[in-house]
Design a protein around this ligand. Structure first.
Ligand code: DP6
Length: 371
């Protein structure tokens, strides 16, 4: 099954904001896109603050394709904070959720006492109800937590009238979420400080920078992954010698990747992306007990990409896989149709069914795993 995306622009938007003074209720709705890493984050040096063992870099996808939408309502009539995810009520006391709520409220109080911005006193005293939905499978290794937490933090910030750097708070929901706070090409700088204040996301280039770049998502399975990223990377940190080696190798890769993106050098961008994906999955295999995210179909896709590229004697398409079997393919506009035909040939659409790789245009946009 396959799907294809067209290109677009990435940003976090605020489609609606309504305030009814009589009832003292405020409602804010925002959307946030998924991001797909080309230099992977895998492993924390501090679990509570979510501080990584290496920097990482991703492309934020167009939010018309893969996105989270979150509405937050604040009212004096609400007795307690509550949250619904994809229509089902979840426990608001989840520690990562609480970290985001606490940090946003702390920032709002700080801004209010320093007289900065237009922090809203009303909403600071009220309980909130949060409702969040994804338009793609949750926890199938399609970066749902990144979009989910980025969206939550941004919506809460809007509710409180907060502007400015928020990636440090989104990071405390899910590491990869900090990168979804920006569109285009984004690095998450690991930072060195113990309090995490320098572990933030930074845009390298905006979404308009590389218009030919496209992304295809080949949906191999929409099922929930057997080992979540959080648990998986915890075991890798404890048991994988190969993961330690990444702290040496990633800084050089980050530099090269930033150069490749700035120069729009697809050959270098592609080689680094595939090598980093492969090393991440090698680390998973090096974890004890081993973690398998790639399926046989994922491996067939990897082989197909290499065969396709060597046929033309250049890198035309590249793959990367997160914590699941679904392939994310980066390519350039001129090769999209051709490669899609090749994929259809080798993986014929199911006869009577949804034929689904969701076609995503890749004018880079992206998000992360979910609440
Ligand atoms: C393989 O951000 O989901 O997608 O911080 O524990 O929530 P937590 O992990 P998460 O990990 C994402 C891992 C990855 C690689 C990446 O996005 O960089």
């Amino acid at each position: 099954r396959w799907s294809r995306a067209d290109s677009g622009r990435l940003d976090v938007s605020v489609p609606s904001m309504a305030e009814d003074k009589g009832k003292e209720m405020k409602l804010v709705t925002c959307t946030a896109p998924v991001n797909i890493a080309v230099i992977k984050y895998w492993g924390k040096r501090n679990e509570e603050l979510i501080l990584p063992i290496n920097s990482s870099l991703s492309v934020t996808l167009h939010q018309d394709q893969l996105k989270s939408t979150t509405t937050v309502a604040a009212s004096r009539d609400f007795k307690e904070d509550r949250i619904w995810l994809n229509g089902k009520e979840e426990n608001i006391n989840h520690p990562r959720l609480q970290s985001c709520l606490r940090e946003i409220r702390r920032l709002a109080r700080k801004r209010r006492s320093s007289g900065d911005g237009n922090s809203n006193t009303l909403t600071l005293h009220h309980k909130i109800h949060i409702c969040s939905v994804n338009n793609f499978p949750t926890a199938a290794g399609l970066a749902s937590s990144a979009a989910g937490y980025a969206c939550l933090v941004y919506t809460l910030a809007k509710l409180h009238g907060l502007e400015g750097e928020l990636s440090e708070i989104a990071r405390q929901g899910s590491g990869s979420a900090c990168r979804s706070m920006y569109g285009g090409f984004v690095q998450w700088i690991m930072g060195v400080k113990e309090d995490g204040s320098d572990s933030i996301a930074q845009q390298i280039e905006p979404e308009t920078h590389w218009p030919e770049l496209c992304v295809l998502i080949l949906v191999v399975s929409a099922e929930q992954k057997p080992v979540g990223s959080t648990a998986g990377m915890r075991t890798s940190v404890k048991t994988s010698p190969l993961l330690k080696y990444r702290t040496e190798i990633v800084p050089k890769r980050m530099k090269e990747m930033i150069e490749a993106i700035k120069r729009q050098d697809f050959e270098l961008f592609g080689q680094l992306t595939m090598k980093d994906s492969n090393q991440f999955h090698a680390t998973c295999l090096d974890t004890f007990p081993p973690i398998f995210y790639l399926s046989d179909i994922s491996k067939r896709i990897i082989n197909l990409v290499h065969r396709y590229n060597s046929h033309f004697g250049e890198t035309r398409v590249v793959y990367t896989f997160d914590a699941g079997p679904n392939a994310v393919i980066y390519t350039r506009k001129q090769h999209v149709d051709e490669f899609v035909e090749v994929v259809k040939h080798y993986f014929p659409p199911e006869e009577n069914g949804e034929q689904f790789l969701k076609g995503l245009p890749v004018n880079p946009v992206s998000v992360s795993e979910h609440l």
